[in-house]
Design a protein around this ligand. Structure first.
Ligand code: PEP
Ligand code: MN
Length: 266
């Protein structure tokens, strides 16, 4: 398969960003205090550089919390000003891209439910034209490597060279210990096809629970992946989304201390 992407090395994405890339923060921004306090605790207990938060939440079924919307971008901006953490947000439409960039978000990511839809990916790609922002593309919810590669190509063809993948696992059809099956062979194959593509693992969405986050993170580093994205919350049990898999910044610090971190292979 011929895949030609023009890629910038992760170290060149943003001043101060280093490998492995560790991103953490709540599944969803819920309140100003929650975003600021998460950022403060991440800063206090860890030395991670990037704060994540979902602002628009693509929920599988209606009725669940669908995100706080644009006001959350103001909270993230405040958190960045106070702590110096870079910020990362999921974008699924052209409007999301425009708003996130307007509020100074540093890294964008495309969610698993968007990667499955070439029209949606193309809309995001077109909105990115002319910008130099780093973009991470999650794998589609189904184990379709072509769809994942296609989304990366669309965004790269729009001129985004600060581009990486996020491995967040694949919806299992039957019982699994994982919320989303890791199917490690798929990110391995992606790396074989595009060797210089940074790939970040998302142990939170693979695990779906707190206990599996650490072993999945270790596996990602053993595979020399380029980083991890882990959901953290100041009060995980009462989180408005993905409560079962979120951990406190302090718990994250313990995990990061125990992990044996190997040099990423790009
Ligand atoms: C998330 O990162 O909170 C999220 C919605 O993830 P995914 O797109 O992997 O389901
Ligand atoms: Mn989540």
């Amino acid at each position: 398969m011929d895949v030609n992407l023009t890629l910038s090395p992760l170290e060149n994405w943003i001043e101060g960003l280093e490998q492995p890339l560790v991103i953490s923060g709540p599944c969803s921004a819920e309140s100003e205090e929650q975003v600021l306090e998460t950022a403060r605790q991440l800063k206090k207990y860890t030395n991670i550089k990037v704060l994540r938060a979902g602002i628009w939440k693509p929920r599988t079924r209606p009725g669940a919390f669908e995100g706080i919307g644009v006001v959350g971008l103001k909270w993230l901006k405040k958190a960045k000003e106070e702590t110096g953490l870079l910020t990362a947000v999921e974008v699924a439409t052209a409007e999301h891209v425009e708003l996130a960039l307007k509020f100074g978000v540093d890294i964008l990511w495309v969610g698993a439910r968007t990667t499955v839809n070439p029209f949606a990916v193309q809309e995001v790609a077109d909105a990115l034209r002319g910008y130099d922002v780093p973009v991470l593309v999650k794998n589609p919810i189904n184990p379709d490597l072509q769809l994942w590669i296609g989304a990366l190509e669309r965004i790269n063809q729009a001129g985004i060279t600060k581009l990486g993948g996020i491995h967040r696992g694949f919806s299992p059809m039957s019982g699994s210990q994982y919320r989303n099956d890791p199917s490690w062979e798929i990110p391995i194959e992606l790396k074989r096809i595009i060797p210089n593509l940074p790939i970040v693992c998302d142990p939170s969405h693979i695990a779906g629970n707190r206990t599996l986050i650490e072993p999945i993170s270790q596996k990602a580093f053993d595979m020399q992946m380029n980083g991890i994205m882990i959901e953290s919350h100041i009060d995980p049990d009462n989180a408005l989304s993905d409560a079962k898999q979120q951990i406190t910044p302090k718990t994250l610090a313990g995990i990061l201390d125990r992990l044996i971190i190997r040099e990423p292979n790009t």
